[in-house]
Design a protein around this ligand. Structure first.
Ligand code: FAD
Length: 391
């Protein structure tokens, strides 16, 4: 009897409640039916399938863990499983979703005033309005905590923002982008809800990306961009508030890494059971089985790690270092898994039609965004030694 092609070896999904299971399966169905058939085409064209947004909205999963404002107030564990289910098929789609539901909605949920939350979160939950999150700059990536060069200056009841943002996912078409800028008065970082029609806001698509090609990343230029005080995130007073958003979304990225690894493992296992050489399936060779088991071991360690991470989040005791360790570990192991998977496809491993080449490429972006390996390692290193190695 052939083993089932299922990367959930320790059956963690079985611990979900029936209600949560329904949501997870709804997302899986959506990814298999709506996304899998088109994933490579859109990736190849470097276009985003805008037509899926209304269908995704029907899943009713945006801002899943937030309480109130049209959001469901469900567990971080369920949200993690959803990120995994998405990335298992297409990391571009999970990234699009993570930017909108996590980074953009999360900024408003954690840093917005009551009025701002009531205004924006319900429409974003329904995906009537799509959000983006602009922190990184052309010359400031890892050093965002202290080094933002985009400035904001208060003039009367308005703010004037100047600077550039690079890599901003969804921002070529998003209705709003959360822009983080340093206040020239007190040097503290503030957050702003900037609308796409603002004349001082220009978003240009970044071309020729070799990973997550379906995600539309923008270079944003803010030129005397005037934003009313009412659109400043009222509870974002320093970078500490930005970091609260990143802690939450980093946990989601660790789950995405699990999904990317899982999709690669499952398609490699299936392939090895079908592909024949020397008169037998390649799955019957010892060296191939060794590789598959190595992949499954990594995958299972990653899954149990993020499972516990979400429990910490649901328990309200998630720290920056908890999230960073999972981001580092899971993205490193994801990279190893997609590499092994690609190996098992032989020459077909570089053909887009077999999916795995897309997984290998996309893993590189997940590996670098939301804090590189080095930066997340330094966050954990600081916590365990009490010594900060950041400059
Ligand atoms: P750099 O900071 O220039 O780092 C280069 C290298 O130097 C890395 O290896 C890094 O680890 C290392 N390094 C830097 N400082 C140290 C140190 N102190 N010690 C040791 N090593 C160090 N940003 C957004 O704001 N919004 C988005 O929506 C968004 N989406 C993205 C999507 C994609 C596909 C990608 C690739 C990036 C996205 N980013 C986004 C930006 C992302 O968060 C940054 O790329 C990331 O933080 C790293 O910054 P950097 O690329 O400028 O690298």
């Amino acid at each position: 009897e052939k083993p089932p092609v299922n990367g959930d070896f320790y059956e963690l999904a079985k611990t979900l409640t029936d209600e949560d299971q329904v949501v997870r399966m709804r997302v899986r169905d959506f990814m298999e039916k709506e996304i899998r058939p088109i994933a490579n085409t859109y990736w190849n064209k470097a276009q985003f399938p805008m037509h899926i947004i209304p269908k995704m909205a029907e899943l009713d999963i945006c801002g899943l863990t937030y309480k109130g404002y049209g959001c469901a107030g469900r567990s971080a564990l369920l949200e993690g499983f959803i990120a995994m289910e998405m990335a298992r098929v297409d990391s571009s789609i999970s990234t699009f979703f993570g930017v909108h539901s996590g980074l953009a909605m999360g900024s408003i949920y954690l840093c917005g005033s009551e009025e701002q939350k009531q205004h924006w979160l319900p429409v974003m939950q329904r995906m009537d309005i799509i959000g983006a999150f602009g922190l990184t700059e052309p010359e400031v990536g890892s050093a965002a905590a202290g080094g933002l060069t985009t400035t904001c200056r208060k003039v009367g009841e308005e703010w004037v923002i100047n600077g550039q943002k690079k890599w901003i996912g969804n921002a070529t078409f998003s209705d709003i982008t959360i822009i983080w800028a340093r206040n020239v008065e007190d040097n503290q970082v503030k957050g702003f809800i900037v609308r796409k029609e603002n004349p001082g806001f220009k978003a240009e698509k970044m071309e020729d990306k070799m990973a997550l090609r379906t995600v539309q990343n923008a270079l944003i230029t803010l030129t005397d961009c005037v934003v009313p005080e009412a659109d400043r995130l009222q509870n974002a007073n320093s970078f500490k508030d930005t970091a609260n958003v990143l802690r939450m979304t980093r946990a989601g990225v660790a789950w995405q890494a699990v999904g990317c690894g899982r999709g690669a493992y499952e398609s490699a296992l299936k392939y090895t059971m079908e592909r024949r050489q020397f008169g037998r399936t390649i799955a019957s060779f010892q060296l191939v089985q060794d590789l598959l088991v190595t992949m499954l071991g990594d995958l299972t360690a990653m899954q149990t790690m993020v499972y516990r991470l979400s429990e910490l989040q649901d328990g309200g005791i998630l720290t920056d270092e908890h999230a960073s360790l999972a981001k580092v570990f899971c993205t490193l192991r994801m990279r190893a898994i997609v590499d092994h998977a690609r190996e098992l496809f032989g020459g077909n491993g570089i053909l887009l039609e077999y999916d795995i080449a897309r997984f290998v490429a996309d893993a590189e972006a997940i590996y670098s965004y939301e804090g590189t390996k080095e930066i997340n390692s330094l966050i954990v290193g600081r916590a365990i030694t009490g010594e900060s190695a950041f400059v």
